[in-house]
Design a protein around this ligand. Structure first.
Ligand SMILES: *Cc1c(COP(=O)(O)O)cnc(C)c1O
Length: 391
């Protein structure tokens, strides 16, 4: 349909770049070998990926898994979360995060977010006191990092163990330190819409050898744990190998083969995401009707998505006008879940909790992926169309 200026965005915000040729060749070689199981491959792609990702992340150990959700579940189990424990987490995140907490038999305690989309550290302190929770599954939702210095100091002082969900912050840093290295473990996803794409997949990192030994056995290493890419000392496995349940959540050779070449290109991709994100952000921030979340000076982010608020703007009309211009925005204030997006009010598997400040932020919060298939002029066009769609 023609708009006032007659322009519309004809691209697709869900379109990822193709898998690099080098990765396709590596995947074909795995298939020709017939050895797709990581513990059946003499020179395991999965073990090599673990070593390479640990080095890239500046972590001692890495474990490759079937999904980011499995990484969070195994991280919690390996860190010692027990059934019935309360686990603090962001009220603004995606369903696999509270889902992972429930899957390990624990109970999510939802914490408010600030208008800058990060965990509200004052509410965190209050909820921790009221619930006696000893765990925080911190979700760096949409790539926004809270004050990691203040949080780490508070967690140390209060005996709260942090597990980081870095599904949106692979490559982000706080004061130079990579997200994922603040908690006892970092959990990453290689699902198609994250920073590496193997369709599905997960990575767990830690500096703690005993935690990693438990995680490796939990992931389903059988007695082949020594073939892991970054193995902790053998004696740590000896102590636990027969007492630790096998959760069968391994990564396979095919996915590892296509991830290794992508990891080599990740820093370049991060720069490309940020160029696109910053182009969009500058144009949107120049509109007085829109409010973008503020970023701390200590934060280096990965702009693989962008969020903005449009206070006082009627959402349905705005979204319809944007869609008409080819720009499908996600709105977190929607009362019913849609696509990948849902709010805490539709997580019926979590005890109902009142989160008035989060609800107020989500009511006018819009979200858009920034795929690398966008050109910079696409970004200019999209920003202009979003502004034009505002009533
Ligand atoms: C995608 C995602 C996950 C889970 O990753 P999967 O690999 O899809 O299981 C966890 N947290 C957030 C915030 C995510 O977006």
């Amino acid at each position: 349909m023609a708009t006032a200026t007659g322009t519309r965005f004809d691209g697709d915000l869900t379109q990822q770049p193709p898998i690099p040729d080098e990765a396709i060749a590596a995947a074909v070689a795995v298939m020709q070998s017939g050895r797709l199981h990581r513990y059946g491959a003499p020179e395991s792609q999965t073990a090599a990926l673990e070593g390479e990702f640990a080095a890239w992340q500046d972590a001692r150990y890495c474990l490759a898994l079937a999904s980011g959700g499995q990484a969070m579940q195994i991280a919690m189990r390996a860190a010692g979360v027990a059934p019935g424990d309360r686990v603090l987490t962001n009220a603004f995140t995606l369903a696999p995060v509270p889902g992972a907490i429930v899957a390990v038999g624990a109970v999510p305690v939802l914490v408010e977010i600030t208008p800058d989309l990060v965990l509200d550290l004052d509410d965190l302190a209050g909820k921790a006191r009221a619930s006696d929770a000893r765990w925080l599954l911190l979700s760096h939702m949409r790539g926004h990092l809270c004050d990691m210095d203040r949080l780490s100091e508070w967690a140390d002082r209060n005996g709260v163990t942090i597990i980081e969900d870095c599904a949106h912050t692979m490559g982000a840093r706080w004061n130079g330190r990579r997200s994922g290295n603040f908690g006892v473990t970092g959990c990453f996803s290689t699902q198609s819409y994250k920073h590496l794409n193997s369709g599905e997949g997960g990575l767990l990192t830690t500096d703690d050898p005993a935690l990693m030994a438990r995680a490796i056995i939990l992931s389903g290493s059988y007695m082949l744990y020594a073939r892991h890419g970054t193995p902790p000392p053998d004696e740590l496995f000896e102590k636990i190998r027969l007492d630790t349940p096998n959760n069968s959540a391994r990564m396979d050779e095919l996915r590892a083969a296509i991830l290794r070449p992508q990891l080599r290109g990740l820093e370049t991709n991060i720069a490309d995401w940020n160029a696109r994100h910053d182009r969009l952000a500058a144009a949107l921030a120049s509109d007085p009707r829109l409010v973008l979340p503020r970023r701390a000076g200590a934060e280096s982010y990965v702009g693989s998505s962008i969020q903005f608020r449009a206070p006082g703007i009627a959402p349905e009309a705005f979204l319809a006008a944007a869609t008409e211009r080819g720009v499908d925005l996600k709105w977190f204030g929607r009362s019913a879940p849609m696509g990948f997006t849902s709010s805490h009010r539709s997580w019926r598997f979590v005890p109902m909790q009142e989160l008035p400040r989060t609800d107020e932020v989500l009511a006018d919060l819009y979200d858009m992926r920034v795929p690398l298939t966008l050109s910079l002029s696409d970004c200019d066009l999209i920003a202009a169309l979003i502004r034009e769609a505002l009533p």
